[in-house]
Design a protein around this ligand. Structure first.
Ligand code: DOR
Length: 429
């Protein structure tokens, strides 16, 4: 199958391109302009005039829940949500049941994805067995089965020596270690960000220091080991200061932020909607301002959803009882593009954070539009307005705090390996 994506504004940060161009696709790969003539009978022309054409968006942090919690999500529905949301690849976290802590579970995921996923699925293996923080998992086996990183996400690795061992082991395979930074002695029992609003709403708080303390510890360990450390879902001003400092020092430290931590503050928890409950918690405006500044100056490398689908019963309940997490795959791009339209974020930077940077951190063959690379492409209509309706989600998780919000700027085409996976928010199987 051949495609000509015509007259779009092509933004390809890897090649410093921001230009009106055509993109050619032949047999699953990006092709040279002279290899296809638009008069070819078998070329499908996609008119991208007025649209933005970018390398396929990569979400390096999702929870697909399979195996073990398929009532929340499975690899197929998660991949549908990803495609509809503009993503061509996702990395799935190991807090499944059983945990991805050995090659058998990792191979199972790769195989399920190969058979039924609409986008590329890269498993993330656990740092420790069963995420218990006591023994290292079979990291060599995880790598051979296709894991692109290791993480105990959902849990912090409590013991510093265990984290050190994980970092040292990961270094042998050039793997990044994705760290969920949380000092549980401070966060335990907390329901939202500790600050003015936790006081007003009468909910136990989680101080920003619970994150920053662990970010500081892990940066020290990255310094000690020389291993690649990536901080998951960074949310606190002090944490970004630490990462900024580490980068200045030349340490191999990167980090990601979620769209919800950029767009929403702790104030909205006032109606006690369980869909606003997430870990780390939505922070105060001072933290949001620090996150946005860190996006602008390059301290934060990636935007990732932390897509955490939950069953309605664990969300439509008392705030205290609700599970932590937001089902974000189908709103992430629109939330960020809406912030671009409002002048809060810069378009090219957002695209780089969803494409080139995660590809570099995970050493993926993607994130750019060079001829010969797999044709993973996202097309965005920056002017399209739509109102979020969780009822139309492909994800089983309807837990999303942007429900009923109008957002401007949506993905309109997702192409994976030269095949259209979704168009105008609808998947194509
Ligand atoms: O809110 C969250 N939900 N944060 C995490 O770190 C884990 C995730 C989940 O698995 O539900």
């Amino acid at each position: 199958m051949k495609f000509l994506i015509k007259n779009g504004r092509v933004i390809d940060p890897a090649n410093q391109i921001d230009d009106i161009r055509n993109i050619f696709v032949a047999d699953g790969f990006i092709a040279d302009s002279d290899s296809i003539a638009s008069s070819d009978q078998d070329v499908k022309v996609i008119d991208a005039e007025g649209l933005i054409v970018t390398p396929g968006f990569i979400d390096m942090h999702v929870h697909l829940r399979e195996p073990g919690q398929e009532y929340k999500e499975d690899i197929t529905t998660g991949s549908w949500a990803a495609a509809a949301g503009g993503f061509t690849a996702v990395c799935c976290m190991p807090n499944t049941d059983p945990v991805i802590d050995n090659h058998v579970v990792a191979s199972f995921i790769k195989e399920r994805a190969r058979k039924s996923a609409l986008v590329k699925v890269f498993p993330v293996g656990a740092i420790t067995k069963n995420l218990e923080g006591e023994k290292l998992s079979e990291i060599a086996g995880l790598v051979s089965a296709g894991c692109v990183a290791i993480s105990d996400d959902g849990n912090p690795v409590k013991k510093a020596n265990m984290m050190r061992n994980g970092l040292e082991y990961a270094k042998m395979f050039d793997l990044p270690v994705l760290s969920h930074c949380e000092e549980e002695n401070l966060s335990s029992g907390g329901l939202m960000h500790e600050g003015l609003y936790s006081f007003i709403y009468g909910l136990k708080g989680i101080p920003a220091a619970a994150e920053a303390i662990m970010v500081g510890r892990d940066i020290s360990l990255a310094r000690l080991t020389g291993s690649r450390l990536h901080i998951c879902h960074i949310s606190a001003a002090e944490s970004v200061d630490l990462v900024r400092q580490a980068k200045k020092e030349g340490l191999p430290v990167t980090c990601e932020v979620t769209p919800h931590h950029l767009a929403l503050s702790d104030k909205i928890i006032g109606d006690y909607d369980g869909n606003t409950k997430v870990n780390p918690p939505l922070r105060g405006q001072d933290h949001i301002d620090a996150l946005i500044a860190a996006v602008k100056d390059g301290t934060i490398d990636c935007i990732a959803t932390d897509h955490a689908p939950h069953h309605i019963e664990s969300k439509d309940c008392e705030f205290q009882m609700a599970s932590f997490g937001i089902s974000g795959l189908e709103t992430a791009v629109a939330v960020c593009m809406d912030m671009v339209n409002r002048g809060v974020l810069e378009l090219k930077r957002v695209i780089e954070m969803f494409t080139l940077n995660p590809a570099n951190i995970l050493r993926l063959n993607g994130g750019a539009l060079n001829a010969g690379m797999p044709a993973d492409i996202t097309v965005i209509d920056l002017k399209l307005k739509k109102t979020v309706d969780v009822a139309s989600f492909y994800s089983k998780g309807k837990n999303n705090p942007f429900h009923k919000k109008e957002l401007t700027g949506w993905p309109v085409l997702t192409m994976v390996n030269g095949k259209i996976a979704a168009q105008n928010g609808k998947i194509i199987i």
